[in-house]
Design a protein around this ligand. Structure first.
Ligand code: MCN
Length: 791
């Protein structure tokens, strides 16, 4: 393990999260806690069919029900407004687009798609009114799986398309054909990744109030992106953004799902306009399973060409994204990311990967922590493991041979470059930690008892600090990719940081407080971080997603705080009749360096008094009477963090059950602001990776009916399935980001499934199996074992 090079002080300190006391004592305020005078509650009528034409919708009986204030149908919504087109379209110019609406009006294309909505005195009345709406459907044959959607003569989800393929694009690099023709060995694999989703404890929700007199819209949303939601609401509803205020109360988990923009907030706005009252709409758990963004589901074909010493010379593959019946706001994005990131950490000169987006009669496909990266990871790590088996080499030796060397950075990739890294050192740090933890001995001892333990590794990269405007504009996003932070010292010496980022459990408020407190030289407790209000917080910055908070927010804040510190020193210098260069700040007091305890000093409050209240007339000439700075950070590129995951797992050959016994991550995210939070982030992400590898799958019946609509069916891991986690930190700073921070909030989700599958293969190495289907549930693993044993 290399030494950590952390700056002294609060950046790098394991301080407890400032957010937690409120959250842990029940004082948090979620969107469902918002109550406005005269507020109505809404419910949505959702399609029971996977694919059907809407013949008629009769809402007359629902409107008669006492307590019902407004009803809106898909046809009325379609007349009022359309949803924004998916992003990423510019990168794939010949994508087939469809008109997107908040409710369906002509056809339904998945079970759970909204067709009408009711606003009533309370949710009970609203639900009763849904029962009175008569919808006549003409059922159509459905294409519920990838194979069904791609089959000749498949039912068309969009009749004006020739097939169900929404896009196809190949991302080439080098000369793949020559690499494969000259290869000593070629291995290929087809991997199936099941459909999964983030499952925040707090489901999505919105309270929207449209004031008929001022034509102003006030919205409380459980979103990761208040600024983006404001802009999109403005675009969709045709309102100037200055008339829209979006607030996010506490967000009870986002996990990417709450990054996407959904139709429900638009429905709430339209119902509010129609009824003249504020409208609340809260997704229940059943709705969450059908209306929240689904993700992960892909079929990945991957193939590599290599020399006999393990050097990979070429990679080609196809990523089939199993999209839903309607495109989400991120559209093909996660599948496209899996495609461009498929070579992962490996220096492969010739690459050609194709993404194919296929619409199916399933819920829309959107964001989930990690985006395309867990899929890219499973592709490059499964194929490296298979190549190693083929060549009779240790998988880590194949990794070592191909990892991008430190002197190759910045390393170009089709859209961005990987900024920096010491990949091989990271792999070796994990290998040493595995030795220290005695896994090989545990494995050998278990074997004597007839138990099958396996050790598996994976290497991941994570694109973070998404996204500098250059990248986002290239990808087709219609908004900026920078982040803006403001910091103010008030007249009493307190510090207020305002951020457009969203706090959803990841500890960003604490991390920002640490950056401001260390830079300004004040105690952590004197810093308050405010997030989640488009009217009072920075106007720009698109919020939280793509692990951007620490790097872009932290970097912008570092620069703003540094300038504020300089002003504090100038004001203090006037008060102390000294030169700013001779002053130091510590624990909120500014003193003349070297004068020791009892020497001349002033407090932040004195500086605040002098600046705002001019109590002693000592504000230096030419200084404005404020202590406030803001900064916008739009670096030229993203920042790539990375890590090695190692897993010790036991496979029960009788039942197919896998138990993860020990789990470690060697990780590098540049300068770490708070190692305790970073560890927690890695652990939380790893828990989601374990769920995704072993348990979690959204299952549909043959008729397109979702079968996993409760946590009894959709199995997320609980404490008893989770092992102890160990982390090892390396620090390679991102030199293009002030502070050197890289993001890491999705890291745990990226490499986990690959390491677990490698550990399963290792536990069953006598059978020569390789896991290629995720999640590898007990029945699936058992049938794999039985097939291998049967020869
Ligand atoms: N951090 C740090 N030093 C660094 C990098 C990160 O101390 N160099 C800490 C910071 O406290 C930061 C946190 O780790 O807030 C995550 O860092 P970052 O990578 O900047 O990610 P964001 O703050 O932008 O958070 C978003 C990211 C994403 S995209 C998802 S999805 C996600 C996640 O983080 N969803 C989460 N973590 C989550 N954690 C919880 N509890 N709940 C979610 O919904």
């Amino acid at each position: 393990m290399t030494e950590q090079h952390l700056p002294p002080g609060l950046i790098g300190a394991r301080v407890r999260r400032k957010e937690d006391p409120r959250l842990l004592t029940g004082r948090a305020q979620f969107v469902d806690d918002v109550a406005l005078p005269g507020m109505l509650e809404a419910a949505i009528l959702r399609s029971p069919h996977a694919h059907a034409r809407i013949v008629s919708v009769d809402v007359s009986a629902a409107l008669e029900l006492p307590g019902v204030f407004a009803v809106i149908t898909g046809a009325e919504v379609a007349q009022a407004c359309a949803l924004p087109q998916p992003v990423i379209w510019r990168l794939i110019p010949d994508q087939r687009m469809t008109d997107l609406y908040a409710l369906a009006h002509d056809k339904v294309r998945y079970v759970g798609q909204g067709v009408a909505a009711v606003a009533a005195a309370d949710r009970y009345v609203a639900e009763d009114a849904l029962g009175l709406i008569e919808v006549e459907y003409e059922q159509l044959p459905a294409a519920c799986t990838l194979d069904e959607a791609l089959a000749d003569g498949a039912p068309l989800l969009y009749e004006n398309w020739p097939d169900n393929v929404s896009c196809r694009q190949t991302v080439p690099k080098g000369d793949v054909a020559t690499a494969f023709a000259a290869a000593d060995v070629i291995v290929s694999e087809t991997i199936t990744y099941g459909r999964q989703m983030g499952t925040p404890l707090e489901t999505r929700g919105a309270v929207v109030s449209w004031d008929p007199f001022t034509d102003r819209l006030e919205a409380w949303l459980s979103t990761q992106s208040p600024n983006l939601a404001r802009d999109l609401l403005g675009e969709v509803l045709g309102l100037p953004v200055e008339r829209i205020r979006v607030r996010t109360p506490d967000v009870g988990g986002g996990f990417g799902n709450k990054f996407d923009f959904y139709g429900e907030e638009v429905v709430a706005a339209l119902l509010s306009k129609r009824s003249g009252r504020p409208v609340k709409i809260i997704e229940d758990r059943l709705e969450s399973f059908v209306a929240n963004a689904h993700s992960r589901e892909q079929r990945i074909e991957v193939e590599v060409a290599a020399k006999s010493d393990g050097t990979i010379t070429g990679m080609r593959g196809t990523v089939y994204g199993v999209l839903g019946g309607q495109l989400s706001t991120v559209g093909i994005g996660p599948c496209w990311a899996a495609t461009v990131l498929m070579p992962g950490p490996y220096d492969i000169p010739n690459v050609e990967v194709t993404v194919v987006g296929v619409v199916t009669n399933r819920s829309p496909y959107g964001s989930y922590r990690g985006w395309g990266q867990p899929k890219a990871n499973i592709a490059h790590e499964r194929i490296v493991e298979k190549l190693a088996r083929e060549l009779g080499m240790a998988a880590n030796d194949v990794r070592r041979k191909n990892l991008i060397a430190p002197d190759k950075f910045p390393y170009p990739s089709p859209v961005f470059y990987y900024d920096s890294g010491r990949y091989e050192e990271c792999l070796e740090a994990a290998e040493r930690a595995v030795v220290d933890r005695g896994w090989a001995k545990r494995q050998a001892e278990a074997a004597k008892e007839g138990r099958s333990l396996g050790i598996g590794y994976s290497f991941h990269i994570e694109i973070s600090a998404i996204g500098p405007s250059r990248i986002l504009n290239q990808a087709g996003l219609q908004h900026s990719g920078f982040d803006e932070e403001s910091v103010r010292i008030d007249s009493t010496g307190g510090v207020i940081v305002r951020s457009g980022l969203s706090a959803m459990g990841q500890g960003i408020q604490t991390a920002l407080a640490q950056v401001a407190a260390q830079t300004l030289g004040v105690p952590l407790d004197s810093v308050t971080v405010l997030t989640g209000d488009t009217e009072t917080n920075p106007y720009t910055g698109y919020g939280t997603g793509g692990s951007r908070g620490a790097a872009l927010g932290g970097g912008a804040l570092l620069r703003a705080s540094t300038r504020l510190r300089e002003k504090v020193l100038r004001v203090a210098a006037e008060l102390l009749e000294a030169s700013p260069d001779d002053l130091v700040i510590s624990d909120g007091r500014i003193s003349v360096a070297g004068t020791g305890v009892g020497g001349r000093s002033v407090s932040m409050r004195d500086v605040g008094d002098a600046t705002y209240r001019r109590l002693d007339g000592k504000l230096p000439l030419g200084e404005t009477p404020t202590l406030e700075e803001r900064d916008v950070l739009d670096p030229d590129n993203t920042a790539f963090s990375y890590g090695t995951t190692a897993v010790l797992a036991e496979v029960d050959r009788e039942t197919g059950r896998v138990q993860v016994l020990d789990y470690l991550i060697a990780h590098d995210c540049g300068t770490v602001i708070n190692p305790m939070i970073v560890d927690g982030q890695l652990h939380g992400g790893a828990a989601q990776a374990i769920g995704g590898a072993l348990f979690e799958e959204i299952v549909y019946g043959p008729d397109g009916q979702p079968l996993t609509t409760t946590f009894m069916d959709y199995l997320i891991p609980t404490a008893s399935e989770l092992p102890a986690f160990e982390t090892v930190h390396l620090t390679t700073t991102a030199d293009h980001i002030p502070g050197g921070f890289k993001g890491m909030g999705e890291a745990g989700t990226i490499g986990g499934a690959s390491a677990i599958t490698a550990a399963i293969d290792d536990a069953l190495r006598d059978l020569g199996v390789g896991v290629v289907q995720l999640p590898i549930t007990p029945p699936r693993l058992l049938s794999m074992i039985e097939a291998a044993e049967a020869g």
